[in-house]
Ligand binder design. Structure first.
Ligand code: PHE
Length: 451
C-alpha cells in the first residue's frame, strides 16, 4: 500500500493540476481528452508496467537495473534518466514554490478580505520577478524534499505518501463538489467530454502523448526505482493499473474544477487562454473570492493541494538522483541526499531567477519561451529527456529482454484476469516505440515544441 501511494504521488503533480487543464484548453477540449486517454491506455500503461517490472526484477535503481536487465550499454539510458530527474526537479520546484506563496496569500485574504483593487496579474509578475522571494520559496520547497528523502523510502517517502495522498484526495473531492454546483459546470463537462474532432490537429496528438510521459513520471526511471520496492506477492499489472487510473481521474477532476470556475464568469474564457501559470496563479486566486462557493476555505486548501501534489513528485525526482549515488557510487544516503539536493538547488536558483531578468512583459507572455533557464530546462525535459528515455526503455523492454524475463514478472497467480501478456508485448515492441519516436521526429525535423 505504501508503495502504491508513493508511486501514485509521484505521478500526480503539477502535470495534473497545472499542465493538463491548460493543454486541454489549448487543444480545444473533448477530442484532445479522448486522444489523451488513448495514449494513456495504449502507451503509458504498458510502459508503466515495463518500468515497474524492470525495477522489481533487478531490485536496483535505473542505472544498475537497465544494465542488469538489458546489457552493459544500457546503463547510459539509466544515466540519462538520472540527469532528467536532476533537470526536471530544478525547475519544477520553482513552480511548486509559488504554491506556497499563494497558500499564505489566500489565508491572508480569507481572514482579511480580498482587496478590491488588486490586480492579480501584477501580483504574479511581482512575485516571480522578486529574486529574494523566489530564492526563499524554492529553497523551502527543496529543503522539504531533501528532508523527506533523507529518511529513506520507508521512513520518509512512503510515510509521507500515506499521510498526504488521502488529504489530497479529500481536498480535491471538496473542490469538485463545490465546482459542480457552479453555473459553468455543465459547459465545463461538455467542453471536456464532448469530442469535436474538427478542431484536432496532428500536433495535439503528439502533445497528448508527450504529456502522458510527464504525468505518469515515465521515461526517466522514477518508476524503475519505485518498482524495486514492490513486494513479490503484489501484481505489477494491478499496481500499474491503479497508479495510471488514479493519475488520470485526478487530472480530469482538476480540469472539471478549473473549467467550471472559468465558464461561470462571463468573458473569463477569453482571458485565461494564454498560459498555464495564468490559469493557476492569476485567474483562480481572484475567482475563489468572487464565484466559488466556500471559496474562502477552498482557496487556501487548493494551494495546499498543489503543494502536496508537487511535493510527492519532487521526492520521487530526487530519489532517482539519490539512489544513483547510493547504489552506483556507494555513498551513504544522508550524504547522497544533501549533495544532490545542493547541486540541484544551484540550478533551481538559476531558473527561479529567470523571471527577474525579464523586461516588463504582459502577464501572459512569460511562458512563451522568454524566461531563460526555466524555459530551457522545461523544453529539454519535455522534448528530449522524457521522449528519448522513454523510447529507449520501451525498445529495451520489448526487444532486449527475453519473453521469459518479462512474462515472469507480469504473469503469476496475482495477475488480474483482464491482462493479456501477448497484447502487452505487442504494444511494447511496435505501438509504443513508433508513437514515441513520432514525438522525437516532430521535434527534430519539424521544430515542434511540446513543453
Ligand atoms: N508526474 C509528475 C507530474 O505530473 C512529474 C514527474 C515527472 C515526476 C517525472 C517524476 C518524474 O507532475
Amino acid at each position: 500500500m505504501g508503495f502504491i501511494l508513493a508511486a501514485t504521488g509521484s505521478a500526480i503533480g503539477l502535470g495534473n493540476l497545472w499542465k493538463f487543464p491548460f493543454i486541454t484548453w489549448e487543444n480545444g477540449g473533448g477530442a484532445f481528452v479522448l486522444i489523451y486517454l488513448m495514449c494513456i491506455v495504449g502507451v503509458g500503461l504498458p510502459i508503466m508496467m515495463a518500468e515497474l517490472l524492470i525495477g522489481r526484477k533487478t531490485q536496483k535503481s535505473p542505472v544498475g537495473a537497465l544494465k542488469e536487465a538489458m546489457g552493459p550499454w544500457w546503463g547510459w539510458v539509466g544515466a540519462w534518466g538520472v540527469m532528467a530527474g536532476f533537470i526536471i526537479l530544478s525547475y519544477y520546484s520553482v513552480v511548486a514554490g509559488w504554491s506556497l506563496f499563494y497558500f499564505v496569500k489566500t489565508v491572508g485574504w480569507s481572514l482579511g478580505g480580498f482587496p478590491a483593487d488588486l490586480q492579480t496579474g501584477e501580483l504574479f509578475t511581482d512575485v516571480i520577478g522578486n529574486g529574494g522571494l523566489q530564492f526563499l520559496l524554492s529553497g523551502l520547497f527543496m529543503a522539504a524534499t531533501v528532508g523527506i528523502v533523507y529518511f529513506g523510502v520507508h521512513g520518509g517517502i512512503e510515510r509521507v505518501a500515506r499521510i498526504f495522498l488521502p488529504i489530497l484526495f479529500v481536498i480535491l473531492l471538496l473542490l469538485l463538489a463545490s465546482a459542480l454546483t457552479m453555473e459553468g459546470a455543465g459547459e465545463a463537462l461538455a467542453f471536456i467530454f464532448r469530442p469535436n474532432f474538427s478542431e484536432l490537429e496532428p500536433r495535439s496528438v503528439l502533445e497528448a502523448l508527450g504529456h502522458s510521459f510527464f504525468t505518469l513520471s515515465l521515461g526517466m526511471g522514477a518508476m524503475i526505482t519505485y518498482g524495486s520496492y514492490v513486494a513479490r506477492n503484489r501484481s505489477i499489472v494491478s499496481a500499474a493499473g491503479t497508479i495510471v487510473l488514479l493519475d488520470t481521474v485526478i487530472a480530469l477532476f482538476a480540469t472539471i474544477i478549473m473549467f467550471s470556475v472559468i465558464f461561470t464568469v462571463p468573458g473569463m474564457s477569453e482571458q485565461v487562454g494564454r498560459s498555464a501559470a495564468g490559469m493557476l496563479f492569476i485567474s483562480l486566486p481572484e475567482l475563489f473570492y468572487n464565484v466559488v462557493p466556500f471559496g474562502a476555505v477552498l482557496g487556501p486548501l487548493f494551494y495546499v493541494l498543489v503543494a502536496l501534489a508537487a511535493l510527492t513528485s519532487t521526492i520521487s525526482l530526487l530519489e532517482v538522483v539519490v539512489s544513483y549515488f547510493i547504489d552506483e557510487r556507494n555513498m551513504p544516503r544522508p550524504k547522497a541526499t544533501l549533495l544532490s539536493g545542493a547541486a540541484i538547488f544551484v540550478f533551481t536558483v538559476l531558473s527561479a531567477l529567470s523571471f527577474g531578468a525579464l523586461p516588463a512583459l504582459s502577464n501572459f507572455e512569460i511562458f512563451e519561451g522568454k524566461a531563460g533557464v526555466f524555459s530551457t530546462l522545461d523544453h529539454f525535459a519535455s522534448n528530449w529527456a522524457l521522449p528519448l528515455g522513454g523510447l529507449l526503455i520501451t525498445l529495451g523492454a520489448g526487444w532486449f529482454m527475453t519473453r521469459e524475463a518479462t512474462e515472469g514478472e507480469l504473469v503469476d497467480e496475482t495477475t488480474p484476469r483482464w491482462f493479456r501478456y501477448g497484447a502487452w508485448r505487442f504494444f511494447m515492441r511496435y505501438v509504443a516505440p513508433v508513437a514515441v519516436a513520432a514525438i522525437l521526429i516532430a521535434v527534430i525535423f519539424f521544430g515542434m515544441d511540446f513543453s
